[in-house]
Design a binder for this molecule. Structure first.
Ligand code: BGC
Length: 762
């Protein structure tokens, strides 16, 4: 007992020391910024709120460039998307040597899924369900970016989306708030580490706040409108999780919410973000977010700039509305000096926390840039993570894995397409480096077997569509020969092969920003290629490239094996070979539902029951909530993904059938690897609240564990459930757990589950 008291005293003492240190850091920062701000003119304060685009900065001429002139005049707070220590150093030098107050600038970039070592697109990453790996990827990205001059990333993007038409679904973590929240926290931790002032950690910026993923009809930048209850329960949690994890900045979204663009939305920026969640960092707009409010129709540039500042926005990306109009608004008493000061202080605080006042060049170390970027060790991590992100959607008759001794006909427009491997938003990738599928298969096979290659078809019959889908240097090198000639070449090599691997689907820029689609199938020309390949009678493996869930009903019916590889980064080709040949057993699980057809969208696992639910297992009943022409079922449910082995689940054992007050219970299943090779399984826990003061989803993810099992091995997997897991926002937006009856489900996806019942009592 004495020992316990002593230990407790030591712990409390060290906590109080930590708190005191934090306090004194905060006091030091405040004093420093107070002194600095006293020296600043209004123009210099407004300058800190300005984040112009970098333009084309040329090293050696930075000082004479347009940007250089503005920096010298103290009109620039930071720059983004410039790459290289040399360039960043050159502009930083102008700021700290030639501007009056020598305030260093902050350098941001869209380091979305890796820096030069590029990881899977976020939608792919979200199929890994291993938070250590997610954090590790962000850590590698932060190390590389910070070695190259960057100290701020516009990531994670945590917009929940249930609409695969929306191209930016590729940049987020899918449809589920719980999984999205876990990923948001892991990424912030990976980028920021425990100490933001270190030179290998960078400030994270969670985006796009808020509800950007619910754009009507999946059309980018479109209107968002939803109830508060839905916002709080289903869309806001991942942003909050990032705030709880200590994210340093937040980016406003382009869309409106409740009729007010997010950029001028006081409810979002002040009431929720600052007052309810206690966010202490700064808010930046998205690219020209302020100016776009003129087109939204809520005022001219002066008016919308004032609205943004008053709502709680601190930094203006690209548009210069703050820089050019806030002075006038202050004179006209449309904004206050205090509002400008608060914004300026928050931006300066970010720079202080990053340690830029102490050493403005701390991220500009040529030695680090030369040795820490795109290293063999980082690429190894990326290859491992890429392999974990693939989702095996179908594998009839155990067609996969393939033998390396086989003759393989690799066919398809994505087969020899290294520029398309990293996927959307790979700003820092060197496009000469990614490994294509062709390269990956060839180096895996060596001289054991043979890899034959033919393109088979272009991406799309329409060259305009191909052009739109291959912008920013992601060319697929369109083949101008007649399609019959291109196809014949492919059929010729297919006839010589044991197996056909078809690398088809979307190109890199068919998803991402401003890349919405109204038809989310594999482009028709490529489907025709698949049909022709199937007609040869050779077994066909579909290696699917995609930045969103696609409608694959036809493919699922006809193609024996389908592996979804998303866009998986610089190491894609090697990782694909690892999985195709079974060196890595696929373990990815979907973070979004795949619909049977586009008319079912939005289709998501955690929907409400309605007053007229369709009885399970049925297709149609008159006067029930359903369609005449398609069942309500998804093609592949949330959480789904196969392995080269199979897993069986025992029934659930509960430690008690009742959760009383703050006590918790455990739910245990035994998972067995029933096949003959080792594999990983994501064991998923869901609950259903049967009666609530508001209607509740039919299932909600509440936990998951990724486990590894040797062939034949069994493991007990235990989840702890307490009333904290049962909480939701009620119609008064109070976060409560309501007593009553619940169901609990455990399984390898959201559909195929074991079931148990429990009660929650106060
Ligand atoms: C995107 C953001 C991105 C910003 C800066 C915008 O168009 O919406 O996600 O961070 O550009 O590049």
């Amino acid at each position: 007992m004495k020992l316990l008291t002593k230990v407790l005293a030591v712990v409390l003492f060290s906590i109080s020391l930590q708190a005191a240190a934090q306090n004194s850091d905060a006091v030091k920062m405040k004093t420093f910024i107070d002194v600095l701000m006293k020296k600043m003119t209004l123009d210099e304060k407004l300058g800190q709120l300005n984040l112009p685009g970098a333009g084309d900065i040329v090293t050696g001429q930075a000082s004479n460039s347009d940007i250089g002139k503005k920096i010298r005049e103290g009109k620039v707070g930071g720059l983004f998307n410039i790459k290289s220590v040399a360039k960043i150093k050159a502009v930083q030098k102008v700021a700290v040597e030639e501007s009056r107050l020598k305030i260093p600038m902050i350098f941001g970039m869209d380091v979305i899924h890796g820096y030069q070592t590029t990881f899977p697109i976020p939608l792919g990453m979200s199929c890994i369900w291993d938070m250590n790996l997610v954090e590790k990827a962000a850590r590698v990205a932060a190390t590389e970016a910070s070695a190259d001059g960057i100290c701020w990333t516009f990531s994670p993007m945590v917009d929940i989306s249930r609409d695969p038409r929306w191209g930016r679904i590729s940049e987020g973590n899918g449809e589920d708030a719980y999984l999205g929240s876990r990923i948001a926290a892991a990424m912030v931790k990976g980028y920021q580490g425990n100490d933001l002032s270190k030179n290998n950690t960078i400030m994270s910026c969670v985006k796009h706040y808020a509800m950007y993923g619910a754009a009507e009809a999946g059309r980018d930048y479109n209107t968002t409108d939803m109830s508060r209850v839905r916002m709080y329960n289903e869309y806001l949690p991942p942003y909050k999780a990032a705030v709880d994890a200590g994210v340093g900045s937040v980016m406003a979204s382009f869309n409106e919410v409740d009729g007010i663009p997010a950029t001028a939305n006081k409810f979002l920026m002040t009431d929720v973000l600052r007052n309810q969640w206690g966010f202490k960092g700064f808010v930046v707009t998205d690219y020209t977010g302020i100016n776009e409010m003129e087109a939204h129709g809520i005022g001219d540039l002066q008016q919308v700039s004032a609205l943004a500042l008053k709502a709680g926005v601190d930094m203006d990306m690209v548009g210069e509305g703050f820089l050019t109009t806030l002075k006038k608004s202050l004179e006209e008493k449309k904004v206050t000096q205090q509002q400008i000061d608060v914004a300026c202080r928050l931006v300066l605080e970010a720079k202080y926390k990053l340690g830029l006042f102490e050493d403005p060049y701390k991220y500009c170390n040529e030695q680090r840039a030369a040795t820490e970027i795109f290293t063999p060790a980082n690429r190894k991590v990326a290859r491992e993570i890429a392999g974990e992100s693939f989702v095996l959607l179908k594998n009839n008759g155990g067609l996969l894995p393939l033998k390396k001794s086989a003759t393989i006909a690799l066919i398809g427009p994505l087969a020899d397409a290294k520029e398309n491997m990293p996927g959307t938003w790979s700003v820092a990738t060197d496009f000469s480096t990614p490994i294509s599928v062709l390269q990956g298969l060839k180096s895996a096979v060596g001289n054991q077997g043979k890899v034959l290659y033919a393109k088979g078809s272009n991406l799309d019959a329409d060259s305009m569509i191909e052009e739109r889908g291959t912008m920013f240097g992601k060319s697929l090198h369109r083949d101008r020969r007649p399609k019959e000639v291109i196809l014949k070449e492919a059929l010729d090599i297919a006839s010589q092969a044991d197996v056909v691997v078809a690398a088809v689907g979307e190109s890199s820029e068919m998803s991402g920003e401003s890349a919405s689609r109204s038809d989310i199938g594999i482009p028709k020309l490529q489907q025709e290629l698949l049909e022709a390949l199937l007609k040869t009678g050779k077994p066909v493996v579909l290696v699917l490239f995609a930045g969103r869930p696609l409608t694959l009903t036809w493919e699922n019916e006809h193609v024996p094996a389908i592996l979804d590889v998303w866009f998986s980064g610089t190491e894609a080709g090697d990782a694909i070979a690892d999985v195709l040949f079974g060196d890595v057993n696929p373990s990815g699980k979907l973070s979004t539902t795949f619909p049977q057809n586009i008319g079912q969208v939005p289709l998501y696992y955690n929907h409400k029951n309605t007053g007229r639910p369709l009885p399970e297992g049925q297709w149609f009943q008159k006067f029930r909530s359903n369609y005449l022409d398609v069942s309500n079922d998804p093609l592949y449910p949330f959480g789904y993904g196969l392995s080269y082995t199979s897993f069986s689940y025992s029934d659930i054992t509960l430690s008690s059938k009742t959760i009383k007050g703050n006590q918790s219970i455990t739910a245990t299943v035994t998972v067995t690897n029933a096949g003959n090779r080792a594999g990983k399984e994501v064991v998923q826990l869901y609950t259903r609240d049967l009666v609530g003061s508001i209607t509740r989803p039919v299932k909600e993810l509440k936990g998951f564990q990724k486990i590894t099992l040797a062939a034949g091995e069994s493991k007990k997997v235990t989840f702890t459930i307490s009333n904290a897991d049962l909480k939701f926002y009620n119609s008064d937006l109070k976060y409560v757990a309501e007593p009553g009856d619940f169901k609990l489900f455990i399984g390898g996806n959201s559909r195929d589950v074991k079931e148990a019942d429990f009660k929650y009592q106060l």
